[in-house]
Design a protein around this ligand. Structure first.
Ligand code: NAP
Length: 288
């Protein structure tokens, strides 16, 4: 029987309705409307689309959003100056710096300049450290989206063996830290594979849940998946013909997996939704 689809669009829609209701309550009870400042440097078309979608989602749930679109030749000093202003602006609860930044700007310096309480991506060393010690303030959006997509699709994580392919800070490594937490909705046994892992299939075949976050189109083949396992595809790859593809060989894997997330319509909508979740949380923290 073909796999059940893990419908990120549907789960994201439900979550966004919950977030909208909580935003309305926060405004009614405290007069606070969550505000997100998006910072975009240069004219990368994909980044422009991502930022536009994030802002649209903010407005849909009743948050305020501002776009600071700076030219590609903006200096690092000018960008740091803007972040300083946003860090001090009480209407701004969350700051999103869209990556990648132009080459002449040192990405880590910029990420570290965001105030940790406004760092709704969870990328600053302080927030990454809190996640590593099992007490997250803001869970990075894509890992959080993967976890919520599974839980809200009725797939428990406790005691499961989760094999993650990819160890970036944005996705793989943070997801491993999240699922390792001794906490409700986590508590999994986690294996992380990367480009130096020998025989990746020998690991993925042992998994109850496989999460692929590599950026290699169609990498995960049917024979790498144990029949009945759950597969989550984080990959977003643009094929030469312009179509979008995940890291999973979708047509083949859907014949062996019990549940599978599609691309598009799987993890993508969940990532945006968890950004809203973190912005709401940031507004609540700053309203205390
Ligand atoms: P990244 O920073 O490039 O990391 C890729 C990871 O995959 C690295 O750990 C790398 O290993 C590993 N890898 C690459 N090729 C491999 C191979 N042939 N065998 C084994 N491991 C391999 O990418 P990322 O930011 O994590 O993103 C991963 C994918 O997810 C991309 O397609 C990205 O567009 C997508 N993404 C989607 C969303 C969403 O919301 N849907 C959000 C974020 C990212 P090493 O560490 O050894 O180099």
């Amino acid at each position: 029987m073909p796999a059940t689809l893990l419908d990120g669009k549907q789960v994201a829609q439900t979550l966004q309705m919950e977030i909208a209701a909580e935003c309305a309550t926060l405004f009614r009870e405290r007069g606070v409307r969550p505000g997100l400042a998006a910072v975009l440097v240069g004219d990368n078309p994909a980044s422009q689309v991502y930022v536009r979608n994030k802002r649209k989602a903010c407005e849909k749930v009743g948050m305020t959003s501002w776009l600071h679109h700076l030219p590609a030749d903006t200096t690092q000093e000018a960008l740091l100056h803007l972040l300083k202003q946003l860090n001090h602006d009480p209407a701004v609860h969350g700051i999103l710096v869209q990556l990648p930044l132009p080459k002449h700007i040192h990405e880590a310096t910029i990420i570290h300049a965001v105030h940790p309480v406004k760092d709704i991506d969870g990328f600053t060393p302080e927030n990454a450290g809190l996640l590593a010690v099992g007490e997250p303030r803001y869970i990075p959006c894509t890992p959080h989206g993967v976890q919520q997509l599974l839980l809200r699709s009725g797939i428990a994580l406790e005691g499961k063996h989760v094999v993650i392919v990819g160890r970036s800070t944005i996705v793989g490594k943070s997801l491993a830290l999240l699922l390792l937490r001794k906490a409700k909705g986590c508590n999994a046994t986690v294996t992380v594979c990367h480009s130096a892992t020998k025989d990746i299939a020998s690991f993925t075949r042992q998994a109850d849940i496989v999460v692929v976050a590599m950026g290699v189109a169609h990498f995960l083949k049917a024979e790498m998946v144990r029949p009945g396992a759950v597969v989550v595809d984080v990959g977003t790859n643009r094929l030469p013909d312009g179509r979008l593809a995940g890291d999973v060989d979708f047509d083949a894997v859907k014949e062996v997996a019990s549940s599978l997330s599609p691309v598009p319509g799987g993890v993508g909508p969940m990532t945006i939704t968890m950004l809203l979740f973190n912005t709401l949380e940031a507004a609540r923290r700053q309203a205390r």
